[in-house]
Design a protein around this ligand. Structure first.
Ligand code: PEP
Ligand code: MG
Length: 916
């Protein structure tokens, strides 16, 4: 007995998507809950893998025998015969892997047709036009997918016949036109393959099964898996679904459509979708004819419309998820051909989550888990400013919400190329095909002149969260001349355009945008997330303005205030420079004296904004040369200044001879020049700076004189900062504002460093308490961003009341990869060749850096059981990294303001996933 490779829809396990693929599993499940699914069976993903493993690409032993046996069962259920002259059975052969990859793999329809079965089909239906239409579709699809005939070869013939017949749409072609097309198509195949078109239905079926299996390793499927990081653990191989054909193109009582149980763009609880009367499924998806909105069916086919609404209700009630489904009406009977969880944008996901909880379809836990935290990013995208007065040049369908600006580019390869250079690109096409996928990745948005809201472009763009306008029929796209025309306006490749996927409007040029606002539904979801999460979510914010923004995103405090950023303002930098180039301690203290009130005011404002939430202020971290110009810049400037001085001296000579010139000549010569002594002073200052820059030069500045090392060398700097924090605290307390400051020391590697700084802190505390007449409460802690600090976490815990992992530096230190350079040098190659799966500066390396963190947390808490531990490196806003932080018992994560909502949801996921 060979292995079981094939499962009938009545017997396959609807939950086993890995074995049967998503589509196959759902077909089994729908059959088993009595939805009207045409009979059929699934060939497993295991068969696909075994086939792909065989160097000679033979189907594994037993597959075709089992296919024959299952086909016999389908024949019985339908009362039709595969290859029969009377009542022939036709089948569709569809791909389907565990993870849905819309349009990435192949499907063949109407399989089983040849000149004999065609006559049977025509006799049975009494509709020869329908028969030839089915036949020409089959030859074309089978020819392209299974035999590799280029699609254009068929298109050329098809257009030639349409032109000859003088018609625009394929529905207007007569039977004899379609017969002509079939003959031409058969010739195309013969010419290209040097063989006649296969007529034996079983041979057709075997070739088709192999073609679908092969499409798993096709370029577009591989690109898609790479882009969406679909690993073999998630989906390995495609299943093949062989399903009895039902026909939507049997006349005006037949139709085909695709739909979502709710609007996937807005989340509104209405059936969303489109259909075409007298058509086959690919006509809707391919965007060849522009379909009608499903609401129109209520008038056109009222009985079937009611059945469709009932099907919609049953699907949601069963799957407890918005469904994206395909259906066909064959002579008045409604069939469901496939269903899957609907890909929605973030707006729709959030809204449907809240509404489904309110109606009791799902609970809060399920609502939270169905939203991928990273998707919330979309809600923070800008949209067109409603006050803008720009006039749109065209209107299409609002296929994927959000607005995008970019230069028009008319082919996917070029879009990819330009996108890689950082250019903002809008991919403009007549219609898109799955092979355009790489162009989508590189574009800001997609604009098509044909196709509906369920066309390929629309579905893929929505899945990616990219704005898309589809079916903008007023636009004529000429991809060869790289121009699009709308009335008497035109835009060429490289011209800036703006598209609004929320309204479907297209504009020439750049239209102003505004930031997105939180919807009430998002607030609800995030409040549910906060109820569940154990990790607190803080923001990295350096200024009062950043803090206001962070609060809007729901930050529970500030986990990292990088004080150095405060010194970069135009009026502050010169004082900082004065402090750095000071020759004596007195001069340095004098400069710091000017900075103290500035810093104190900044801290005060941040405390006021965040009150009563904690604010962690990090003492100065970067090497101080970063505040000075570079050596080269100074050398160049000094050279120019010296030239200027010489010119001025030369002018003196010139002006000595000025009695030869008239007054206006003399004035024009003198204008702009000044005293050479003044220039000398500037040169002297620049030379002092240059000396300082040279003295500060280090071969490895990131491992050099920075952080606490700098603080210990120039105590006055940290003393000023500590005083500024504590005085700001005292002033807030006096004003009745509750504040929870935390002073954090960067780059610590030994407890001795912390001890020294702590002594200053305690001293300054006493003096501030005395001056203000009150008691101060605050925390003192350490960053853990040096490997040694992690290894000595127990010792550091003697001094520190909290730790914060600086995983940017800790990653750099653990890998010995420069955080400044690695991402532009070898890391992409490392990722592509799978030496490293992820970029460790983006995704926390749990196996190395994470292990170090886990140990440090344990050791730290052995000494101080209630030790507050957080993370403030970039990883603090990355969902998978956040889940790890939860696992090792961190108290909080801190990330940039706009990532706070993502982190809040990820923190809830961490708890919920733990329970699963
Ligand atoms: C870190 O190293 O992770 C950190 C937060 O500090 P910075 O990025 O400022 O070095
Ligand atoms: Mg750091």
């Amino acid at each position: 007995m060979s292995r079981k490779w094939v499962y009938d829809f009545t017997e396959g396990d609807g939950k086993n998507k890995k074995l049967l693929g998503g589509k196959g599993a759902n077909l089994c499940e729908m059959t088993q809950i009595d939805l009207n699914v045409p009979p059929g069976f699934v060939i497993t993903t295991e068969a696909c893998l075994a086939y792909l493993d065989d160097p000679e690409r033979r189907l594994p032993e037993g597959v075709m025998e089992q296919v024959h046996a299952n086909l016999a069962a389908v024949e019985k259920k339908t009362g039709r015969t595969f290859g029969g002259r009377e009542k022939p059975l036709l089948v569709s052969v569809r791909s389907g892997s565990a993870i849905s990859m819309p349009g990435m793999m192949d499907t063949i329809l109407n399989l089983g047709l040849n000149s004999q079965t065609l006559l049977g089909l025509i006799n049975g239906t009494g509709n020869d036009r329908f028969g030839y239409d089915a036949y020409r579709r089959f030859i074309q699809l089978f020819g392209k997918v299974a035999l590799g005939v280029p699609e254009e070869k068929f298109d050329t013939e098809f257009e030639a016949v349409k032109q000859k017949a003088g018609v625009k749409h394929d529905v207007d072609l007569s039977t004899s036109d379609l017969t002509d097309i079939c003959d031409r198509f058969l010739k195309v195949v013969q010419l290209f393959t040097h063989k006649p078109f296969p007529t034996d239905p079983y041979e057709q079926l075997e070739i088709a099964i192999k073609a679908v299996f092969n499409s798993w390793m096709g370029k577009r499927a591989i690109d898609y898996r790479r882009e969406f990081k679909i690993t073999p653990e998630q989906a390995n191989g495609t299943a093949v679904n062989v399903v009895a054909m039902v026909f939507g193109n049997m006349g005006n009582d037949s139709a085909t459509g695709v739909g979502f149980t709710r609007d996937p763009g807005t989340g509104e609880n209405v059936m969303f979708g489109e259909y075409l009367v007298n058509a086959q499924g690919e006509d809707v998806v391919a965007g060849i004819r522009t379909p009608k909105p499903v609401a129109a069916m209520a008038q056109e086919l009222p009985k079937q419309f009611n059945e469709l609404m009932e099907l919609r209700r049953k699907l949601e009630a069963h799957y407890k998820e918005v469904q994206d489904f395909e259906y066909t009406i064959e002579k008045g009977t409604l069939y469901c051909l496939q269903t899957r969880n609907g890909k929605m944008n973030a707006t729709a996901l959030v809204r449907t989550s809240v509404e489904m909880v309110k109606t009791g379809l799902i609970d809060k836990r399920q609502a939270l888990l169905r939203i991928n935290p990273e998707m919330l990013n979309q809600l923070l995208f800008p949209r067109l400013d409603p006050k803008n007065s720009s006039k749109p040049v065209a209107k299409g369908l609002p296929a994927s919400p959000g607005a995008a600006i970019g230069i028009a580019v008319f082919d996917a390869d070029r879009a990819e190329k330009l996108g890689r250079t950082g250019e903002r690109v809008i991919l403009v096409r007549e219609e898109t095909k799955p092979e355009d996928i790489h162009g989508f990745f590189a574009s800001q948005g997609i604009l098509t002149s044909r196709g509906g809201k369920t066309s390929h472009a629309a579905v893929v763009a929505r899945g990616m969260g990219k704005p898309c306008v589809s079916g903008a029929e007023g636009i004529t796209v000429d991809i060869h001349l790289k121009v699009a025309r709308v009335g008497d306006t035109e835009f060429y490749e490289g011209d800036l355009i703006t598209i609004d996927g929320t309204t479907g409007l297209v504009y020439l040029g750049e239209v102003p945008m505004i930031e997105a606002e939180f919807s009430p539904e998002l607030e609800t979801i995030l409040s549910w997330a906060d109820e569940v999460a154990q990790l607190q979510v803080m923001a990295n914010a350096d200024t009062p303005e950043d803090s206001v923004r962070a609060l809007k995103y729901g930050a529970m405090g500030i986990g990292l205030c990088r004080t150095e950023r405060m010194f970069n303002g135009v009026e502050r930098l010169p004082i900082m420079v004065e402090m750095i180039i000071a020759e004596t301690k007195e001069d340095r203290i004098a400069a710091l004296g000017k900075l103290l009130p500035i810093q104190r005011e900044d801290f005060k404002q941040i405390f006021e904004v965040m009150a009563p939430r904690p604010v962690t202020i990090r003492l100065l971290d970067p090497p101080i040369h970063e505040f000075l110009p570079t050596e080269k810049q100074l050398v160049d400037e000094i050279k120019e200044l010296k030239n200027l001085r010489e010119t001025i001296r030369g002018m003196r000579v010139l002006t000595d001879a000025a009695h030869f010139m008239n007054l206006s000549e003399i004035k024009s010569k003198i204008q702009g020049f000044t005293d050479p002594e003044l220039v000398d002073t500037v040169i002297a200052k620049k030379e002092t700076m240059l000396k300082k820059v040279r003295a500060l030069h280090e071969v490895n500045p990131m491992l050099g004189h920075r952080g606490v090392r700098l603080g210990l060398t120039f105590p006055e700097i940290y003393e000023m900062q500590i005083r500024a924090v504590l005085e700001a605290t005292a002033e807030c307390l006096k004003a009745g504002i509750e504040v929870h400051p935390e002073i954090m020391v960067p780059q610590v590697c030994t407890a001795q460093e912390l001890k020294r700084v702590k002594e200053w802190v305690l001293e300054i505390q006493k003096s501030v308490e005395k001056a203000y007449g009150l008691a101060l409460k605050f925390k003192f802690g350490s960053m853990l961003e040096v490997v040694r600090a992690c290894m000595r976490a127990d010792n550091l815990a003697e001094e520190a009341e909290f730790f914060s992992f600086g995983t940017n530096d800790l990653t750099q230190a653990t890998f010995s990869f420069s955080r400044e350079d690695a991402e532009n040098k070898f890391l992409p190659m490392y990722n592509l060749s799978n030496i490293l799966q992820d970029n460790p500066f983006e995704v926390l390396d749990v196996k190395g850096v994470g292990r170090l963190m886990e140990q440090a947390v344990k050791w730290g808490r052995q000494v101080r059981a209630d030790m507050k531990v957080g993370i403030c490196g970039e990883h603090g806003g990355h969902p998978a990294s956040i889940i790890f932080c939860h696992k090792i018992g961190l108290s909080y994560v801190s990330c940039s303001g706009p990532r706070v909502p993502i982190a809040r949801l990820a923190a809830a996921h961490a708890v919920l996933l733990e329970k699963i």
